[in-house]
Write a protein that binds this ligand. Structure first.
Ligand code: F6R
Length: 608
């Protein structure tokens, strides 16, 4: 979603803003703009389309000289992607300018009020309300005006604000949308995410809800909503810029697919100690684990799919009942929490609006929460009672791959650990599972070696219109992810179906040469799946099966088989998803699409 960058310091601001925005492109956007104070007034340039257009219009920033400025990439919500709707937005005499990520929910009411006072709006955005509202409350004191605005607006926001009267200062504030502050040697920064400023500094401050920051070239002051100054600790970012760059790969998605063996190992190995599982950050005693009565796993998209898999693993191994919920549903469905419930929220970005709201809902009802999160210092990581990090490193491609794989690992570790503590598995089973877990990074590596064959196969399906993914049990959960991976980056309609459910309606869509991808990793369900494959094949489907090595009988039913190395059936998702990711990637590549930035999508969904 929208990206924000701001800079104030000793260097020309515009090139830094453009560079920072380019590092936020992965978030998804359809227009961009920058505003810089030139010693006399605030100058602004905006453009629809890719950042390249803005770079050309500003001659790489040269036409906007000055040492303080704010920039923005916009992912349209209120008003179509046009130059006028692009940010920044001005007040009436162009003395205040604002960039915004989030949604001002009461903007219509505010707009009406301001129009009644003579304010004229030029855009259709909710953001312009902020510029005029700041103007309305501004009386020579920026902090005071910002606080008054915060009391009036409802919704989510990260804001960067520049006042012409105070060109030596930039202001920023956030609520429920991400925003960080970077402290550099020759200036200070605001940004939606670390990659935008990592080239200049590793020292960042994570801003709390409704905290206001005043940046000058050599100072940072933080205030609460009562305008009282607050002290904050900075965090040192340990990862390198190279982790957020393509390193010779055509697309981030392929790079990230290839990073999975390492990401999985990095998430797994530090938690395997002395032949056991140690999850220090869990913060639960064995007694508390034994007492868990129910688990909710709440997440969105692919993270939700890992939860669907985890339900089988938690229930099968630890014998704890699990409900998996889409965060956007959970937050409004008034769930019945029993005593000793644990809510696990899963999120790569740690900023997904619905997941964050679900977490808050659970906390407000007194339920214990655990976040499984990738982005260190993100809102969910900070607000959950405890956080278990997935160590996937920065994930840039919109379609998740390595974060998904590491979320699975975190969930397996928890389930096995809970099962052990609750005496639901014996030492032998425990050891066997750890043995299989340890093999996963190498097995994923092995599967990555099969990419040419999958590319060849994918190229046959560039023109196909519909694909079905089927499976039972955990294989159904894998189907969901395989289907999402294909459709989101290739724009081919696909559906995941519980294989036994197909004949209750959907099978009527199967016709000559429809591609059906059948997941056949679960021993207990193998025979059932072979029958389901037959059902679609006799209706003309072309079947690609993903099965465990040795189960060659599947070749009699399927037309094309990808074999997976043997593992514990609970962990099959970690292997089966690899060919599905590669298949989706190559269909998208073959169609000449922008694999990393599919249309209409954003990496971090910070609006509900
Ligand atoms: C799909 C994908 C999304 C995310 C979802 C949740 O490839 O990436 O479905 O999984 O938007 O995002 P996070 O994990 O950041 O909460």
């Amino acid at each position: 979603m929208c990206g924000i960058v701001g800079y104030i310091g000793g260097q020309q601001a515009a090139p830094i803003l453009l560079d920072g925005l380019s590092k936020l492109e992965y978030r998804g956007y359809d227009s961009a703009g920058i505003a810089v104070y030139n010693g006399e007034k605030i100058q602004m340039v905006k453009s629809t389309g890719k950042l390249k257009a803005l770079e050309e219009l500003t001659q790489g920033g040269a036409v906007l000289p000055g040492f303080s400025g704010i920039g923005h990439t916009r992912w349209a919500t209120h008003g179509s992607p046009t130059d006028v709707n692009a940010h920044p937005h001005f007040n009436k005499d162009c003395s205040i300018t604002v960039v915004h990520n989030g949604i001002i929910e009461n903007y219509l009411k505010l707009r009406k009020k301001l129009e009644g006072k003579g304010y004229q709006f030029v855009s259709e955005t909710d953001t312009e309300v902020l510029a005029h509202l700041l103007d309305y409350y501004y009386n020579g004191n920026p902090l005071e005006a910002i606080v008054k605005v915060l009391y009036r607006v409802e919704g989510s926001y990260a804001l960067g604000i520049l006042f012409k009267d105070f060109p030596e200062e930039i202001y920023a504030v956030r609520k429920d949308s991400p925003l960080i502050v970077g402290q550099g040697k020759e200036g200070n920064f605001i940004a939606s995410d670390v990659p935008a400023i990592l080239k200049y500094t590793r020292d960042v401050y994570f801003i709390e809800n409704q905290e206001i920051v005043k940046l000058t070239r050599d100072s940072l002051n933080f205030y609460n909503i009562d305008e009282e100054e607050v002290q904050k600790e900075s965090t040192r970012i340990e990862w390198d810029m190279s982790a957020a760059e393509k390193a010779g790969y055509e697309f981030f998605m392929l790079k990230e697919i290839y990073e999975q063996p390492k990401a999985v190992a990095d998430t797994l190995y530090p938690r395997l100690k002395d032949d056991g599982i140690v999850i220090e950050e869990l913060g639960m005693t064995e007694e508390e684990i034994r007492n868990i009565g129910k688990i909710y796993i709440v997440a969105c998209g692919s993270a939700y799919h890992t939860g669907v898999t985890a339900k089988y693993v938690f229930e099968g191994l630890a014998r704890i009942p699990v409900e998996v919920d889409l965060a956007s549903e959970f937050r409004y469905r008034d769930p019945i929490f029993q005593p000793n419930t644990l809510v696990i929220v899963v999120s790569q970005s740690g900023e997904t609006a619905d997941t964050l709201a679900a977490l808050r809902e659970a906390k407000s009802r007194g339920v214990r929460t655990l976040g499984i999160v990738n982005v260190v210092g993100s809102s969910i990581a900070r607000e959950a009672d405890n956080v278990m990090y997935t160590w996937a490193g920065p994930e840039i491609a919109v379609a998740t791959t390595k974060a998904y794989s590491t979320q699975l690992i975190a969930e397996y570790l928890l389930a096995i650990y809970f099962a052990k503590v609750r005496n639901e598995i014996d030492s032998r089973q425990f050891e066997d599972m750890l043995h299989d877990l340890k093999k996963l990074p190498d097995q994923i590596e092995f599967l990555l070696g099969g990419k040419e064959k999958l590319q060849h196969f994918a190229n046959r399906y560039l023109a196909t219109e519909h694909v079905f993914f089927i499976g039972r049990g955990i294989d159904y959960a894998i189907s969901m992810e395989g289907s999402l991976k294909l459709k989101e980056i290739s724009y081919i309609h696909s559906e995941a179906y519980a294989a036994g459910e197909l004949k209750h309606g959907t099978i009527s869509l199967i016709e000559e040469n429809t591609l059906v991808v059948a997941l056949v990793t679960q021993k207990d369900l193998y025979k059932k799946m072979l029958s389901n494959i037959q059902e679609v094949r006799t209706r003309g489907a072309f079947v690609m099966a993903v099965a465990t090595a040795g189960n060659t009988e599947v070749e009699k039913s399927a037309d094309y088989v990808v074999y997976l190395p043997e593992t514990n059936p609970y962990f099959a998702n970690s292997l089966a998803v690899i060919p599905l990711q590669i298949f989706g990637y190559y269909v998208s590549l073959g169609k000449g699409l922008d694999v990393d930035k599919p249309r209409n999508l954003a990496k971090s969904v910070t609006v509900e």
